[in-house]
Design a protein around this ligand. Structure first.
Ligand code: CS2
Length: 492
């Protein structure tokens, strides 16, 4: 066997049994459509679905739709949709091929095929990993931002026009399904957003409502009974795949894998138990179905993702590159533990214990086998910190107003200063700094002769957080932190 050969169904039989998928992909049919073909999906939902199919004997296969990257679709098709996952453990790594993806489509060029799939009665589940910016939410209303360029273009596109937003595509395809009278279906947002199910339902409904479809009222009516949007919490640390990761996979497999992904051993999926249609029995692989995901969701968002973003923005200010590097400093672990302790009072009861959760985070973040770039986590900061830090910060400051405490959220303030510091150079053209859809507006807050406090205020306004921008004690506290960070010092 030669590493010039590509991973495919043809070369699969040459792999050692331990490296092969848990299912025979030839026996699966598309019953799940997934939007967002990134590494996270391949290392998370695709694995749960593969295990659910293997353990139940039910033919749950996934057709993955790439919103933009036609290149990934081609590469995946070249490999018969097979790819490998390498679990990176502190004591080594383990590679195997995942077999649950059975089709790949590019959302634009393959729009008709996507529509046909979503109208197919066999398809009863749609999942999404499109990141925060894929939802096109308005910072002020939380609903669909009808003024956003791509949304406005999709609304103006007409019935056969090309749609570029996932929200537009989903709304149009769901409308087609409703018109065809196909059975109910469940749409599962797997993005790191509080109340992700309700958020997705809202932007999809907003799109239908703002459309010029003559039957839009009827569509909305039918969707109310036939399309569920449960909330979910997804968890697995999956760094972007690098050349070294692809080389590791190829060495382990003996065939080339252009779509290899890597992830930590840990994974979790908690789902709101409100599906309206058949679904893969993900619980057979440890997924948890609960009536209310909020305690899990807020714990994960505010503690794990909140610490991740804090380490990313502070670490970048200190000139570091990876999460493991931040954990090797004298402040990394303290930031994680102190942030978890600070935020814990804002979490609803019924979720994991915050102290034990922080202990686990320290172990996961320290994993020396993982190379998780701060730049990746720091990207889209304007959207991420709005989810991860600001709601807790608001709650803590409101509580502080009723007490004699001088500062209720020193760690979040420090983290915010780290983010503020980085916005100075934010720009999509510069590959060395995290990218952000609001980069230009953020950089403009650093106009010459603007005082640090005014800059902090202006930045918070760009985030839509006018209440925090008007909080003088907060903006002063954040501005006070900037000189140390500018000197590369993280002082806790
Ligand atoms: C990270 C997440 O890139 C980021 O913003 O915080 O992708 C994180 O690794 C996952 O949510 C872990 O489940």
């Amino acid at each position: 066997m030669s590493t010039d050969d590509l991973l495919s169904r043809g070369t699969l039989s040459r792999l050692a049994p331990a490296l092969r998928p848990a299912v025979d992909p030839a026996e699966l049919r598309t019953r799940v459509v997934h939007f967002g073909l990134g590494a996270f999906h391949r290392a998370h939902q695709a694995v749960y679905t593969e295990q659910a199919a293997a353990r139940s004997g039910e033919p749950w296969g996934i057709t993955a739709v790439a919103p933009r990257s036609a290149g990934t679709v081609r590469a995946l098709r070249d490999q018969d949709c097979l790819y490998s996952l390498t679990e990176r453990r502190p004591d080594g790594h383990r590679t195997r091929v995942v077999g649950s993806v059975v089709g790949a489509l590019a959302m634009g060029p393959d729009a008709k095929a996507v529509d046909a799939l979503l109208a197919d009665p066999e398809i009863t589940v749609v999942t999404l990993t499109v990141t925060e910016k894929g939802y096109h939410r308005s910072a002020s209303t939380g609903g669909l931002d009808l003024m956003a360029g791509p949304v406005a273009a999709d609304l103006a596109a007409g019935p056969d026009g090309p749609l570029t937003t996932v929200v537009g595509r989903l709304a149009a395809s769901l409308a087609a399904r409703m018109r065809a009278g196909a059975p109910p279906l469940t749409v599962v947002s797997c993005d790191n957003i509080a109340g992700n199910g309700a958020v997705l339902a809202r932007v999809v409904h907003d799109f239908v409502r703002a459309s010029d479809w003559p039957d839009r009222a009827e569509i909305l009516d039918r969707m109310a009974g036939a399309v569920a949007f449960p909330a979910t919490v997804v968890d697995r640390i999956v760094p972007a795949t690098g050349d070294a990761d692809r080389a590791t996979a190829t060495a382990a497999l003996g065939v080339r894998d252009a779509l290899a992904v890597t992830g930590e051993p840990y994974r979790q999926w908690v789902l709101e138990d409100s599906f309206t249609a058949p679904r893969p029995p993900w619980e057979l692989d440890g997924a948890l179905f609960v009536p209310d995901v909020a305690p899990y969701q807020l714990t994960k968002l505010r503690l794990l993702n909140g610490s991740h973003s804090a380490l990313a923005h502070l670490g970048l200010a200190a000139g570091l590159n990876t999460i493991a590097e931040t954990m090797a400093t004298d402040w990394g672990e303290r930031v994680v533990r102190a942030l978890c302790a600070e935020v814990a009072p804002t979490l609803p009861a019924g979720g994991p214990d915050p102290v034990a959760y922080a202990d686990d985070l320290v172990v996961r973040f320290r994993n020396p086998a993982m190379r998780h770039l701060l730049r990746q986590i720091g990207s889209d900061g304007s959207l991420k910190i709005t989810e991860r830090w600001l709601p807790a910060l608001r709650e803590l400051r409101a509580h502080q107003a009723n007490t004699s405490v001088t500062t209720a959220a020193p760690v979040l303030e420090l983290a915010l200063a780290g983010w503020v510091h980085g916005t100075r150079t934010a720009g999509p053209a510069d590959a060395e700094v995290p990218s952000d859809p609001a980069a230009e507006a953020l950089a403009a807050c650093w106009a010459p002769a603007t005082s640090p406090v005014e800059t902090v205020r202006a930045l918070l306004r760009v985030l839509g957080a006018t209440d925090l921008a008007d909080d003088d004690a907060l903006t002063a506290a954040v501005a006070d932190r900037l000189p140390a960070l500018a000197a590369g010092r993280v002082e806790l």
